[in-house]
Design a protein around this ligand. Structure first.
Ligand code: FES
Length: 77
């Protein structure tokens, strides 16, 4: 997805991969960032991985939970 392997780790604090997010949201009709946090724990520690504006880490993320969420929604339409 988005040029990354499904095993790519989006959230390094909680070791959550793209695949885990996809699986967690598969039965959600209108998935949200909160669903990703609640169901996978991604984005619940340093929070840098949620979306770009939250990323004040020294090393910027290559992809964010919000990017994955948007791509999941886009593929469904
Ligand atoms: S990298 Fe996701 S909470 Fe820190």
């Amino acid at each position: 997805m988005l040029g990354f392997e499904d095993s790519y780790e989006v959230c390094n604090c909680k070791n959550v991969s793209i695949e885990q997010i996809i699986l967690a949201l598969k039965d959600k009709e209108e998935p949200t960032l909160r669903d990703i946090q609640d169901m996978t724990t991604a984005g619940t520690e340093c929070r840098h991985c949620i979306f770009q504006e939250c990323d004040n880490g020294k090393l910027k993320k290559k992809v964010y939970c919000k990017d994955i969420l948007n791509e999941i929604k886009r593929k469904r339409t």
